[in-house]
Write a protein that binds this ligand. Structure first.
Ligand SMILES: [Ca+2]
Length: 384
């Protein structure tokens, strides 16, 4: 009699394989439904017991009769053995809700490969878009370590006092469904500040001389002005006439020799793109340019010349440092000719998007190697 009762109970078992989505009508949901078949419940009989099995992620639900609510069977895993006492119940599978689409997030600043001077102030910016819902937070990370959390757009975080090192940065955006998207990483480098252009605004001057700190000149004719400045309180005036050159006007360089790239500490500057620029004011046309020299076989790159308009013009030259580069130095160059007066201010060296700023403290004397190009040297990029 016992076995007949059990058999009848088994026959009452109704298995309903149902898959229903979680009510979303987004395109992503429809796509998921169309490409993934719903989980199917299979029934087998093993050693007198009913075993339910299924493939994939699904929640087993049960109810005592079809007019009652379906209830999750906690911890049910496939294969699931139905005890005889439960064999008169109804079972079905509930497909897991389709995964919510991830919000998209991109780190727009800093640009990957940027070099900063230590201690650096690095501004991280991100754009983030929720596919469903809204963005509730953007979190900025250095490697796996969170740096800051921003809840409103624009998503920006200033990371201050960053020491020397190489850093992988990324951002994560969290949306109102608590789904997190991750940006591609950005790598930046923070190096010793003294590697950059110093006293670019000509604010500090070497005691007892007419030279701005950290700058050198190939000739005399350098003076300080506080009345005709572009930035800050002072600018530099370069001037020459025949008396400076004992009867002729000489070429003049106002330059900084930054460092040797040939040493291992700076070898990774090879291949970096650097831009040297300065604001220049003169009435002498086609004689004043800014140059970069990297010491390679064709070392010089030049900006276009100042037009001689008498107004401030920003002269800029960009050079990708050769893989044979041995040094980095930058110069404001005045080509030999008639007498001239040239005012220069706000010189900058930008490396792959980061701006080198002058140090707050008075720099020591830079290591120097004075190499003035001969008139026959090749200069690329000159426009006249
Ligand atoms: Ca200045």
């Amino acid at each position: 009699m016992v076995s007949r009762t059990r058999t009848r109970s088994l026959l009452l078992l109704v298995v309903v394989a149902v898959s229903f989505a979680a009510g979303s009508s987004s395109r992503a949901t429809e796509a998921a439904q169309s490409t993934e078949s719903p989980p199917r419940l299979q029934i087998t009989r093993e050693k007198g017991q009913l075993v339910l099995s299924w493939q994939g992620e699904a929640m087993l639900q049960a109810t005592d009769d079809l007019s009652s609510a379906w209830v999750d069977v906690p911890e049910a895993r496939s294969p699931y053995t139905v005890s005889p006492a439960s064999a008169h119940r109804f079972y079905r599978l509930r497909a897991p809700p389709p995964a919510k689409p991830l919000p998209t997030v991109t780190l727009t600043a800093p640009v990957s490969g940027t070099i900063f001077a230590a201690p650096a102030t690095i501004t991280l910016r991100a754009t983030a878009t929720a596919v469903e819902g809204t963005i509730t937070a953007v979190i900025f990370f250095r490697d796996t370590q969170p740096l800051g959390l921003v809840t409103t757009s624009p998503y920006e975080f200033v990371w201050s006092y960053v020491p020397i090192g190489t850093y992988a940065l990324h951002a994560e955006a969290v949306d109102s469904h608590r789904v997190t998207g991750t940006s591609p990483p950005v790598t930046v480098e923070v190096i010793e500040r003294t590697d950059f252009l110093q006293n670019g605004s000509f604010e500090t001057w070497r005691p007892g001389t007419n030279l701005p700190d950290a700058w050198l000149t190939s000739t005399g004719g350098v003076s300080r002005t506080t009345t005709d400045v572009r930035v800050g309180q002072a600018a530099v005036v370069l001037s020459a006439n025949e008396s400076h050159g004992a009867g002729e006007v000489l070429d003049q360089h106002l330059f900084q020799y930054l460092f040797d790239i040939a040493d291992t500490q700076h070898a990774d500057w090879r291949g970096k793109t650097v831009t040297f620029s300065a604001w220049v004011k003169t009435t002498t046309p086609n004689r004043v340019r800014v140059w970069i020299n990297d010491g390679s076989q064709n070392p010089w790159s030049s900006s276009p010349a100042h037009t001689g308009s008498g107004a401030w013009e920003r002269l800029a030259v960009t050079r990708t440092l050769s893989h044979e580069a041995t040094r980095l130095w930058v110069t404001v160059y005045i080509q030999a000719g008639a007498a001239y007066v040239v005012t220069v201010d706000d010189a900058r060296l930008v490396v792959d998007g980061s701006t080198a700023r002058p140090p707050a403290t008075e720099p020591g004397s830079p290591a120097l190697e004075v190499l003035i190009p001969a008139s026959g040297d090749t200069v690329t990029g000159a426009a006249e």
